[in-house]
Design a protein around this ligand. Structure first.
Ligand SMILES: [Zn+2]
Length: 485
């Protein structure tokens, strides 16, 4: 039989993710595994040689952890899965103090509205009062914010603050289901406020149409019970994390990219923070953001719903949650795993001798590599208008498209040389150093990375960046409808 080993257990099994065992019962399989990997004995069994409680054994999706199944013969084609229980942490108390819960009352309509919650043993009237007493700040009213805000409102969270600085664009409607065609060009927070009002008029909504920065974040989130991070960029993530640590507010984190998403709870009662897991962001431009890399439409629905669910569990003080853990869901292959996050002893923000004691003193732009461009040798660039003029002038110019093949399939730039970023330094001979060369990508960030990469590789020709990328240029050069296919 083939035994699949969950990622968290692999270090005890020679880092294998699956092991072929020539036995056909669970009992023999376990004996075989512990013989072959003696290290695994201590993780599988307690001192009385009993299988530890958190170890689970599944055969074709059926739980066969109970030893009564261990002598049953398993057909050869069945898959056996060895994994630790999702459980781990002990359930916590509600983060809403009792005085605040006791100050809450319901009218008849609310009793009817929340009837399904009141029926649940783990929620009941007490729990529903906690939900109404809760004050939750949601940063980002986009893809993740859409399900988070709507479920919090439907569940009856008494005060919801929504913070965003953006307006609704057509491309947002693919995944940001809180907004509709009628909301185009409106501030996202205005659209979100209308939706919340439509769901439940009893909710106090605070809509803040601002961009969070180091000098305003503390006053925006201080006094809230939970902050939910629904943003899509590293600068915001670190800023939110640090402010939550300094204001002592638990943070429900969510992130999506293409088909994969992550959820976690940071900074709960002194637990690990986002920086403990990711001390530094990747180099600017190296990882496309969600807006550049894309994401399948329902993915934020899945991840955002889990964020809302985790927030409600914190409010209610029920179940086991993702405190100090990172849930990773791959929606393409329907797999998920939970990584345990340890508090980093030298974390820059959440330890006793932390470097960062005020967000105002930390340079988030610099930390996330967003200022790099100005600090090094400046990179010259064309605005879309300038490049259009230059192309029309007929003066020779080389255009290098550094986008990925699937991005080029959406919009092809005429007469461009195509070289993905990873191949640039070894293919630099294909460029003519005597001729001006313009680098293009979707948003004008990866093209800057391309120019820096070539400089490092010793390329000496004149290089220019297309400012704002093809997104900024598409209306100028491809004004007719249908060019985008
Ligand atoms: Zn930390």
């Amino acid at each position: 039989m083939k035994v699949y080993i969950s990622a968290t257990l692999r270090s005890f099994f020679g880092r294998n993710n699956s092991i072929e065992v020539s036995k056909n019962t669970i009992k023999e399989m376990l004996e075989d595994l512990t013989d072959e990997y003696p290290e695994s004995t201590k993780i599988l069994y307690d001192d009385e040689k009993k299988l530890r409680q958190f170890i689970q054994i599944f055969v074709d999706g059926d739980n066969r952890t109970n030893s009564k199944y261990w002598d049953v013969e398993i057909p050869d084609n069945k898959e056996v899965l060895l994994l630790p229980a999702v459980a781990g942490g002990a359930p916590v108390n509600s983060i809403i103090p009792d005085e605040r819960r006791k100050a809450v009352f319901f009218d008849d309509a609310e009793i009817e509205r929340f009837g399904r919650h009141l029926l649940l043993k783990d929620i009941g009237v007490k729990g529903q009062k906690r939900i109404k007493a809760a004050r939750v700040a949601v940063v980002g009213a986009g893809a993740l914010g859409s399900p988070v805000i709507q479920y919090l409102a439907a569940a009856g969270v008494g005060t919801i603050k929504v913070i965003d600085f953006d307006e609704v664009k057509l491309e947002n409607l693919q995944s940001q289901v809180i907004h509709t065609s009628r909301d185009l060009n409106r501030p996202k927070v205005a659209s979100a406020r209308d939706k919340i009002k439509n769901i439940n008029r009893n909710i106090k909504i605070e809509a803040e149409n601002i961009r969070l920065e180091a000098d305003n974040i503390v006053s925006e989130i201080d006094g809230y019970d939970i902050v939910i991070d629904c943003t899509d960029n590293f600068k915001a993530r670190y800023l939110i994390n640090d402010a939550c640590v300094l204001c002592n507010i638990p943070l429900v984190f969510g992130a999506i990219y293409q088909f994969e998403g992550q959820v976690g709870i940071f900074n709960l009662e002194g637990g690990p923070c986002y920086r403990c897991q990711f001390p530094e962001p990747p180099q600017a431009g190296l990882v496309p953001s969600c807006s550049e890399g894309g994401a399948i439409s329902p993915l934020p629905g899945i991840i955002g719903s889990i964020q809302a669910n985790e927030a409600l569990k914190l409010i209610l003080g029920i179940g086991e949650h993702l405190d100090g853990k990172l849930l990773i869901i791959d929606s393409l292959y329907l797999t998920s795993r939970i990584l345990k996050i340890k508090k980093k002893t030298d974390c820059a923000v959440c330890t006793k001798d932390a470097k960062i004691t005020r967000v105002e003193d930390f340079d988030y732009e610099d930390f996330c590599g967003l200022r790099e461009v100005e600090e090094e040798i400046p990179i010259e660039g064309f605005t879309p208008e300038e490049l259009t003029k230059r192309l029309e002038s007929g003066e020779p110019i080389t255009i290098v498209d550094v986008r990925e093949p699937h991005e080029r399939a959406i919009l092809r730039f005429p007469n461009a040389i195509v070289i993905p970023i990873g191949q640039l330094s070894r293919r630099k001979n294909e460029l003519n150093p005597e001729q001006d060369t313009v680098f293009i990508c979707k948003e004008g960030k990866r093209s800057v990375l391309a120019i820096n990469t070539l400089r490092e590789a010793g390329y000496v020709g004149r290089m220019y960046n297309l400012k704002g990328g093809l997104d900024a240029m598409k209306d100028l050069i491809f004004p007719h409808e249908g060019a985008w296919l």
